[in-house]
Design a protein around this ligand. Structure first.
Ligand code: MF3
Ligand code: CO
Ligand code: CO
Length: 317
């Protein structure tokens, strides 16, 4: 199966091999527009090198906590705009152009841009693309789902949030996948607080997922977040991770489960970024940036209307 997918990826670059597995074919991308010079940049913006892999998390100062609230609010607003742009015929490049413009307009730097060489400002992951999809010129189709992951660097820290949106009218099974993914994130958030084992988060997510008959992707984790985009702890989204870390008051972290309609096994396109399910089944993702408080967590990227019925995945028509 893996070798079949690799051949498909190669074929997609050449414009052949359409619709062999799943439904998404690789389109053509182009470089992101520049970020104006007055916008403060994270240390990796020019080199592409964010430094050591997942360094230890540090407790945030009061000033940094305030910055986390502001950066997360910018990310949430940009993601809200994203939801309004999803419709059949629109390309993920057009969406990314608009989100890039809104981010820099807010005085923020789009965190993915040149992070380990990522070429664009947001990740747009359609149907069987699990995460890290590169915005390109494939028009969205009625019935698609699209995960848009917005992260921004603002006031010296990063905010990070993702949702899966419906494009037009997906089928019932797809809707169930998306709403269950949102419920898995919400159920995990409800149990978080100081001293809670990070491993408990994965237990809760897997319980919700498996009750719905869905898989949970093992290969990508949530993470500590602050002045550095990705720090410890690694937040696994499946049960039995064996992590011994606990949540610490005054730190920020993300939870970002990816659920799959069928097998949670993933494979990578030849572009080195696009992660897809190995079997072509669909995948959904939701992510919030959270602050550990004395009594629980604050959802810093809470989304307008997110607790109303049926706004799991807008845009609402
Ligand atoms: N926002 C992603 C996360 O949730 C990271 C994107 S970085 C990129 O951690 F390079 F993949 F774009
Ligand atoms: Co994240
Ligand atoms: Co993210």
């Amino acid at each position: 199966m893996a070798s079949k997918m690799i051949r498909r990826g190669a074929a997609s670059w050449l414009g052949f091999g359409r619709k062999q597995v799943g439904s998404v074919v690789r389109g053509t991308s182009r470089p992101a527009p520049p970020v104006p010079p007055h916008v403060p940049r994270p240390p990796y913006a020019d080199s592409g090198n964010p430094g050591a892999y997942m360094p230890d998390i540090t407790e945030l100062t009061d000033e940094q906590v305030l910055a986390m609230r502001q950066a997360s609010a910018v990310a949430k607003d940009v993601l809200h705009l994203a939801g309004s742009l999803v419709r059949p015929g629109t390309t993920t490049l057009e969406i990314d152009d608009a989100l890039h413009a809104a981010t820099v307009e807010a005085g923020a730097y789009p965190s993915p841009l040149n992070y380990r060489g990522f070429p664009r400002s947001t990740c747009t992951s359609v149907n069987e693309v699990v995460c890290h999809g590169i915005p390109d010129d494939r028009p969205l189709e009625d019935g698609d789902i699209i995960s848009i992951d917005v992260s921004v660097f603002y006031n010296g820290v990063h905010g990070d949030t993702c949702r899966t949106f419906f494009c037009g009218k997906p089928d019932d099974a797809t809707r169930e996948l998306v709403t269950t993914t949102k419920h898995a994130l919400d159920a995990a958030i409800a149990e978080c607080g100081p001293g809670v084992p990070v491993a408990h988060i994965g237990d809760v997510i897997e319980q919700v997922a498996s009750r719905g008959g869905f898989g949970t992707v093992h290969d990508f984790v949530g993470h500590g977040i602050g002045p550095v985009f990705h720090t410890r702890p690694q937040v696994y989204h499946f049960a039995g991770s064996g992590s011994s870390e606990v949540l610490k008051e005054g730190t920020c972290f993300t939870i970002e489960p990816m659920l799959t309609a069928a097998s949670p096994k993933v494979t990578l396109w030849r572009d080195g970024w696009t992660v897809v399910t190995a079997d072509g089944g669909r995948s959904a993702q939701f992510e919030h940036t959270l602050l550990v408080t004395p009594s629980g967590v604050d959802v810093l990227t809470a989304y307008p209307g997110e607790h109303e019925p049926d706004v799991g995945a807008g845009p609402v028509e």
